[in-house]
Design a protein around this ligand. Structure first.
Ligand code: CAA
Length: 440
């Protein structure tokens, strides 16, 4: 059967940028290194006054369609993944389709549109839905557009304020993809959790520390489930492992957990035995708590080893670059982690054709999914066409006072007039909730 996967990607960053260690931390009375070293964040993107999830999603999709020479007739499905939706009935994909129809000949009348919600994992779930739709032969030769778009804003004063961000990722899912083929095997870890939620409210209610534990627990379960269908994993099988990245510091924890899991009963565990002993085995402990404590002790030692540091530097670190410069993009976050890795590979001149990625997606509430992807022969052309550095460099820096204004502008409960910080250039702009956005 024909291969299916991501044919191309584009991003659209919020046009404003906030310097976290130098602008945000001092006003908050915090050590800048909490951001750079602890959370792993340097700057974050914010939407200008005229940007929202619709404009950012439509602008990313237009870039993608133009680059691939597509018209609406080529697209049979538009799914938008977001956890920043403003309409409980009409899906964001219809708003985005409306924008795109202003600039292309033809319309999306015969395309299936929807909106996927499961916190940050919804981007990957939309990818899976598009994959299944094509594999089932329902696409009639057409491709699917998956758009992950979010304004990840927290209540002012919430610890999550440090990890905000805004941007969109557009992905074209098609047969014989040019970028990565998705594997059929997936693993899930899923449980009813209430550490991060937005019941009819714009800003999330978050138990930050608990949310980190839930992320790790579900990711471990997803890895075990993945191994039950795909066979044992080994760190050397994957060139990169892009994880959902709410902030890079979270991925440092997930990576250590993954490495520990993947190395048990392997040559790497044998190599490490003299230095740090073998991994604790559950059967050797009377209680789960004792076992967990022993595992934590083992992991503290594991992270200091040459083997782990070398693997982390090669397989994980390159996935974190964009995230460290844009903050959390919620549904788009794991997809910019994949993009970061492939850009790093291109910059290093690495040959990636046929190489495997293991993608770890996560959404609060909570669910993790692990799947593998195979990089395609034409990957380099696709990656070289994406202008991440140019977009990030073109952002306009804001002061702390500007940040507070922008936060208020995007607060659905406030109605304040603030002048635009930048001028839109041939792009979609926000004209009001529930209204057709314009192109200026
Ligand atoms: N130098 C170096 N490191 C420092 C430091 C300094 N001066 N000061 C603090 N740090 C380190 C801390 O030790 C900590 O690292 P460890 O976790 O490894 O110990 C890190 O910087 C963060 O510091 P704090 O724990 O003190 O930060 P905080 O109390 O302000 O909260 C947070 C951090 C809980 C992540 C908070 O930002 C938050 O609630 N974020 C939103 C929720 C979130 O992102 N959860 C992630 C999992 S859920 C998910 O993934 C879904 C999603 O997208 C939201």
């Amino acid at each position: 059967m024909t291969s299916v996967g991501i044919d191309a990607m584009e991003i659209w960053t919020g046009k404003l940028v906030l310097d976290l260690p130098n602008t945000f931390a001092p006003v908050k009375g915090e050590d800048p290194e909490k951001y750079t070293k602890g959370l792993g964040l340097h700057t974050s993107s914010f939407p200008d006054v005229y940007e929202d999830i619709v404009t950012m999603g439509a602008n990313a999709a237009k870039k993608l369609m133009d680059r691939k020479g597509l018209t609406p007739a080529d697209i049979g499905r538009i799914d938008v993944a977001t956890e920043s939706a403003f309409d409980n009935s009409k899906p964001v994909s219809t708003y985005i389709a409306g924008c795109l129809e202003q600039v292309y000949d033809g319309d999306f009348r015969h395309a299936n549109k929807g909106e996927r919600k499961f916190a940050c994992i919804a981007g990957t779930q939309s990818l899976d839905d598009a994959y299944n739709w094509i594999k089932a032969g329902r696409n009639r030769g057409r491709a699917a557009l998956v758009i992950a778009t979010d304004t990840a804003l927290y209540e002012r004063g919430d610890p999550g304020e440090a990890t905000q961000g805004a941007g969109a990722v557009a992905m074209l899912i098609d047969e014989d993809p040019d970028l990565v083929e998705l594997s059929t095997e997936q693993g899930y870890g899923s449980m009813d959790e209430t550490d991060f939620l937005k019941p009819n409210q714009q800003f999330p209610s978050v138990d930050g520390k608990r949310s980190m534990q839930v992320y790790l627990a579900r990711m471990r379960e997803a890895l075990e489930d993945y191994e039950s269908v795909a066979g044992r994993t080994h760190p050397d099988l994957f060139e990169y492992i892009p994880f959902h990245t709410p902030f890079p510091g979270m991925v440092r924890k997930a990576a250590l957990l993954g490495f520990r899991h993947m190395t048990r009963d392997t040559d790497i565990e044998d190599d490490l035995e003299a230095e740090i002993g073998r991994q604790p085995r559950e059967a050797d402990f009377e209680t789960w708590d004792d076992y967990e404590e022993a595992i934590r002790g083992y992991m503290d030692e594991l992270k200091t080893t040459e083997q782990y540091r070398d693997w982390y530097g090669r397989v994980i670190e390159p996935t974190l670059d964009i995230s460290s410069r844009v903050g959390n993009w919620y549904t788009g976050s794991v997809h910019i982690a994949r993009l970061s890795a492939l850009i790093a590979a291109a910059d290093e001149g690495k040959e990636m054709t046929g190489k495997q990625l293991l993608v770890g997606s996560y959404g609060s509430g909570a669910q993790a999914e692990i799947h593998a992807e195979t990089v395609q022969e034409t990957w380099l052309d696709e990656i070289e066409a994406v202008d991440v550095d140019d977009q990030l460099a073109a952002r306009t820096e804001i002061s702390f006072d500007d940040y507070e204004l922008i936060h208020d502008v995007h607060n659905h409960e406030k109605e304040i007039e603030v002048e635009e910080f930048t001028q839109p250039e041939a792009e979609f702009v926000f004209t009001g909730w529930g209204r057709m956005n314009e192109r200026r």
